[in-house]
Design a protein. Structure first.
Ligand SMILES: [Zn+2]
Length: 117
């Protein structure tokens, strides 16, 4: 891996700060998903059949959300882990530079626009 990046110090700082913001936001929203994923109480006399079905439907939506959150969390963590060895901004597929314009929109992107399938 090269020790110099095509990104400026300012750009790197900005992207790292954005990733840290996204990480905090994601961790907060994952707590909400945790609540939604709690097992449904079977003995809920106050809860009607309809709202129980709502709860189950919510849970399946929440499971889909949780899967996306887990993927995003690992992408953000991996992106942040690439800063110390100056590998951030390098495509993990072709090793080429990822344009700042792309990172600005998707700071957690591990590959360049040409390598995204
Ligand atoms: Zn690439």
């Amino acid at each position: 891996m090269t020790s110099s990046s095509h990104l400026s110090r300012d750009q790197l700082d900005e992207l790292q700060a954005e990733l840290e913001r996204q990480l905090r936001r994601l961790q907060k929203s994952m707590k909400v998903t945790d609540q939604a994923l709690r097992p449904v109480e079977l003995d809920q006399s106050a809860v009607g059949r309809l709202s129980r079905m709502d709860t189950l439907q919510n849970q399946s939506l929440s499971r889909g959300l949780r899967e996306r959150e887990v993927v995003q969390l690992s992408q953000i963590r991996e992106a942040l882990a690439r800063f110390p060895d100056a590998a951030y901004g390098e495509c993990t597929v072709c090793g080429g530079p990822i344009r700042f314009e792309r990172l600005f929109v998707f700071p957690e992107a591990p590959e360049c626009a040409g390598c995204v399938t």
